[in-house]
Each structure stands twice: as C-alpha cells, then as structure tokens.
Write a protein that binds this ligand. Structure first.
Ligand SMILES: Cc1cc2nc3c(=O)[nH]c(=O)nc-3n(C[C@H](O)[C@H](O)[C@H](O)COP(=O)(O)OP(=O)(O)OC[C@H]3O[C@@H](n4cnc5c(N)ncnc54)[C@H](O)[C@@H]3O)c2cc1C
Length: 584
C-alpha cells in the first residue's frame, strides 16, 4: 500500500491565489491567523495526519467498531491512541471561538484541516465532524449556561457530539419523526423514542457524548414546524461540571455496512432520557440547519478527501506496475503510467479533485465573509453564495468522490478489486457520502427549489455574471489559454440558458424542474470547477514559478477541453421535463 500525505501545498496555493486568504485574515477576529501562520499549521497538520491518523485507516476497516453485550462499543486500540494525540494537539479546536478554548481561525482553515483528517481516515474523522456540527448548533442557539457547560470540552475534543435526526420512517423527510419530549416540570424533558443510523452514537474514546436529539413536544404542529432540539448527554453533568449519573440513552446495535467500518453507526434508544431544550420549542429545524450547512460542506469534502487518497495510491501503483510495451518504447514492459489511457484516468482524477477542492474552500471563505465582514451588504451577498454553492459542493463533490475512487480501482486492474491492495476501501468508504447529510437528490431539489429563486433569480444570475468576468482576464493571456476561454464562454452560456429555463418553468411546472435537477446541479459543479481551475492557471502564471504555471495551465486546459464539454451535453437532460420519466 502506498504512503499517503495530505496535499498541503495545493491547499496553500488555493488559499493564497483562489480564495484570496489575505483578505480573510484581514477580517475582524482573524488578525492572528495570517497566511504564514496558516501555511505552517497546514504543513504540521499534514505531517501529523500522515504519521498518526493515516496508519489507522486499514485496521478501522478490517476490525471496525464492535458492540459488546453490555452495550459498550469498542474501537481498535489504534483509534484511541490517534484520538488522544489528535485532542492533545488541538486539531479539532482550530476553527472555534477562542472564548471556548478554540483557535479562532477562519472556517476555511478548519475545512482544509478537515480534508486532511478525512483522507487519512474517514471513519475516524466522522467523530470530530459530528462534534463540530453539535458545537455549531450550541454556539448559535445554546443558552449561556449550556455553552459554558458543554462547549469548552467539546471544542477541546474531550467530549464528542452526535446528531440524532433519523428514525425508520423519517429519513429524507425529517418532519415524519415521532420521538417524544415530555416536560418533566423542572425545565428538563423526558425523551423517548428510537433513532437509527447515528454516527459515533456510542464509543469509549471520549469520557462523554453530547447527543443533539430532534423530538416532538406534546401538541406540537405536524411536520418540520413541530420539531424541537434537545441536548441529551450520555452522562448527566453535575453543577460543578463533573460527570454524574448515566442518562437513559443507549446503543441497541450497530449496523454492518459497506464501508466506514471504523465509524460506529448506532441504533439508539432513548428511554425517558433527560433532555435539555436548545432555544425554544419548535425551533428544531432552524437549529439543525445550522449544523447541516456546515456538515454538508464537510461531507462534500469527504469526496475530495477520499478521491485524493485513492488518486495518490493509483498514481503510485501506475508508476510501479509494468505491463505491455507503451507506444514508442522498446525493451521490457513499460510502467502502466506510460499508457495513454491510464494517464487519462489519472489526469481526470487529479483535475476533478483539484476543481472541487477549489470550490469547497471558496465556499468556506464565503462562510467566513458572511459571518465576519463588517459590511452588512457584503455579508448578505456572501450568505447567498454559500446558499447556492453548498448543495453543489455536497452533491457534486461526493459524486466525483465516488467516480474518482472507482477510477482509482480501474488503474489497479484486477488488484484493485482485491481487498489487500487497500484501494477498494476508499471506494466503499466514500459511497455513503452521496447518501447521508441530505441525499444528493435532496441537494438538487434544494438547489432548484430554494436557491434559484433567491431575489427572483437575480442572485444566481449575478453569480454567473461574476464568473463570466474571467473571460476578460483570459483575453489578455496568450494562445495557450485560448481553448480555456472558448470553452468556458460556451459553457457559461449553456448554464445560463438552463438556469433561465429552470426559472421560467419553476412555478408553472415544478415536476419538470425537479426532473432535471440532478443533471442541472452537475452542470453547475462542472462550470464552477472549470472557472476556478482557470483562475488558478491565471494566478500561477504571475508567480514567477515556471513549473507551477505550466502545471496549473495544463490542468485547467485539460479540464476545459476534456471535462467541461459535458456541461452542454447535460443541458438536454436538465431541461427535458418530466414527460418520459413518468410515462415509463
Ligand atoms: C452510515 C450512515 C450514517 C448516518 N449518520 C447519521 C447520523 O449521524 N444522524 C442521523 O440523524 N442520520 C444519519 N444517517 C441517516 C441518513 O442521513 C439518511 O440515511 C439519509 O438522510 C436518507 O434517508 P433514508 O435512508 O431514509 O432514505 P430515503 O429518504 O428513504 O431515500 C431513498 C431515496 O429516495 C430519494 N428521495 C426521498 N425523498 C425524496 C424527495 N423528496 N425528493 C427526491 N428524492 C427523494 C432519496 O434521494 C434516495 O435516493 C446515516 C446513514 C448512514 C447509512
């Protein structure tokens, strides 16, 4: 199996040249997080993840999480050591506010670090990922007392967090949940019901688990309007902050899954467990949306992360494996990387990952602007862009993660299908990312149903207009950039035309719009990716680093010429309507 190292230098390049990190660091609150500090942090993180977390990936898959007869859940010993080291180094706390013990760094840096831990061990990384979602919900909606009780230990990683939404009859339709929350008369609630598929719902890596649970209070309105959100700690917390009695929440079983075997996916039973209301009754969905927006981006990043790990493995294998004589070579067999079709697979993998990594980090930077910029109008616009890009990042990112990990198996030939090689694990692990945190179909429905209509379509059209500005910049570059410019211009038109169709058709025929929503979302992903790679090529051409400039130009041109043309090919499916789907 190949050695893995997270790509800190590409991340640093994106932060500097695509995201414009210096502008982020100038925002109030981020003064200490200057670019040089961040680059040092990323380099150190890449070392840590490569040495401490990445080696635990295989044992997580082969041994996995085990539920014991007493209801406890055991992980491989390697996980405990890695988690303790992760907490001690403070990696999980980097993006959280300093007042709760965090590093106060921008979310963009947090997301970059998340890619590194996810690619090192996705199953392991789910533990801090879910904790992050719970922290975000408490930061926004928790009372001062709740924040003081839970946040410092969650930020440090000493306590972990979970999200309890799903029930057997309530998956994509969270509004169908039936778990009950009955007031105890002392300000607390008794939570009763069963939740399924709860990630890291039970384990012993940390001393405490803080479950955030959606439930209904008596007489609550039907559907999503009647959902409330509760803190249900595994151990009740005493007034002095020490851990008290065990709460009545337990793990009934863990699922046997296709991948992420090292992440315990639990069926959780709440048997009158003590719960503490967050915010007010019936505010649950608003709270969950805070968790979900950040979590959706993080899950999109899983596609990039596992794509990167599988790509590195495929690249290394392609340099070692000899088979057949490549065109123009003589003598013994050539390394398979010299065969054009293997190259095609590898370059497609690399270009796709590079495009989406840029999209993810750009999206995160708009989150930072939306939360920290002093100007209200700038914050508002950044929030709109986050709203638009998040479903695209989640859905396109995880689709590409599935495609790249599959293609990495193909590069290995038959050995890719054999488990000892290790590359099949990435393919199995990443498969879930297109399903949880809102399936990719739900993301597409969100894009056409909620995001396109912002300011009657003006918001989304403005974003296309902003992307088009690159054509002016490309015009001042030499012929090497000509095909990038021509293809981008063609595909901006195609995307704009499909968007116009969506906006015109939406109200009269929502079924038609939903029928084309997934291909339409893919059009967006492809165009934003091509735009950002072109921006990278332009930026690299001004660095004075000839090798970097050539590398980024080739990547952007390959993407523009060989991947971007798919956009106009998808136009038909995006705008076909529902007739044949429903006549078959
Ligand atoms: C490993 C794993 C970990 C998980 N972790 C958690 C967790 O920590 N916490 C938690 O609460 N949940 C968790 N989940 C649950 C996960 O979020 C749900 O599985 C997911 O939301 C989909 O719900 P479902 O499985 O009921 O599928 P369904 O909702 O039954 O969907 C089936 C299919 O129908 C489509 N579909 C359904 N409704 C619509 C619609 N309105 N429009 C278009 N298409 C639609 C879906 O896109 C999908 O293709 C996890 C699941 C797994 C497998």
């Amino acid at each position: 199996m190949s050695d893995f190292r997270p790509p800190a230098s590409d991340i640093a390049f994106i932060l500097e040249h695509v995201v414009g990190y210096n502008d982020l660091a100038a925002l109030p609150g981020f003064e200490h997080a200057d670019f040089e500090t961040v680059v040092d942090l990323l380099t150190e993180a890449a070392d840590f993840m490569a040495k401490v977390v990445a080696p635990t990936n295989r044992v997580g898959d082969t041994v996995g999480a085990v539920r014991n007869p007493d209801g406890t859940v055991t992980l491989p010993e390697e996980f405990r050591k890695a988690y303790n080291a992760y907490v001690e180094a403070g990696w999980g706390s980097i993006p959280f506010p300093e007042e709760f013990g965090g590093g106060g760094f921008p979310s963009t840096v947090g997301l970059a670090l998340q890619e590194m831990v996810q690619s090192s061990n996705m199953a392991f990384a789910l533990c801090p990922l879910l904790t992050q979602g719970a922290i975000d919900a408490l930061l926004h909606y928790g009372s001062d007392e709740q924040k003081a009780t839970y946040l410092p230990k969650m930020v440090s990683g000493e306590w972990t967090g979970t999200m309890h939404l799903t029930e057997p009859q309530a998956g994509s339709d969270v509004g169908a949940l039936t778990t009950k929350a009955v007031p105890n008369g002392d300000g607390t609630y008794a939570i009763t019901g069963q939740k399924i598929f709860i990630t890291w719902g039970e384990h012993e890596l940390a001393e405490q688990i803080v479950h955030l649970v959606l439930a209904r209070t008596p007489g609550a309105p039907a559907g999503t309007r009647g959902i409330s959100c509760f803190i249900v700690p595994k151990y009740l917390v005493n007034e002095d902050g020490s851990l008290g009695e065990r709460n009545s929440v337990s793990c009934l079983s863990i699922e046997h899954k296709l991948g992420i075997h090292g992440s315990p996916t639990c069926v959780m039973e709440h048997a009158g467990a003590t719960g503490y209301l967050i915010g007010e009754e019936n505010m649950g969905m608003r709270i969950m949306f805070v968790m979900m927006n950040v979590a959706r981006l993080s899950v999109g990043m899983q596609g990039v992360a596992l794509g990167e790990r599988a790509y590195q493995q495929a690249l290394s294998y392609a340099k070692e494996r000899r088979q057949g004589l490549a065109v123009g070579q003589e003598g013994v067999d050539s390394p398979i990387i010299d065969h054009p079709d293997v190259r095609r697979m590898l370059v497609t993998q690399r270009a796709s990952i590079a495009a989406i990594r840029r999209m993810m980090l750009l999206n995160a930077s708009y989150m930072d602007i939306a939360s920290h910029h002093p100007d209200a109008e700038t914050r508002q616009r950044a929030g709109e862009i986050v709203g638009l890009l998040t479903p695209i990042c989640k859905s396109f990112g995880t689709d590409i993660g599935n495609e790249v990990t599959s293609s990495a198996i193909q590069v290995h030939g038959g050995m890719g299908f054999i488990e000892e090689t290790g590359v099949a694990q990435h393919f199995r692990d990443v498969r879930i990312a297109a399903i949880y945190e809102g399936t990719n179909g739900i993301q597409a429905a969100d894009l056409v149903g909620r995001k396109l209509g912002v300011r009657d379509g003006a918001s989304v059209m403005e974003f296309i207009g902003e992307m088009r500005l690159i054509l002016g910049e490309l015009a001042s570059h030499d012929d090497d950039f000509a095909s990038i410019s021509a293809e981008l211009a063609r595909q901006f038109d195609s995307l704009e035309s499909a968007t116009t169709w969506m906006l015109r058709t939406g109200i009269a025929d929502p079924k038609a719009v939903l029928s084309g929503s997934s291909p339409y979302l893919r059009m967006w992903g492809l165009v934003v990716g091509g735009w950002l790679l072109a921006r990278s090529a332009i930026a690299a051409s001004t660095t004075g680093d000839a090798a970097l400039a050539q590398d980024q130009l080739a990547l952007a041109r390959f993407y523009a010429e060989q991947i971007l043309p798919q956009v106009s090919g998808l136009h038909g499916a995006a705008t076909a309507g529902s007739r044949d789907l429903f006549s078959l």
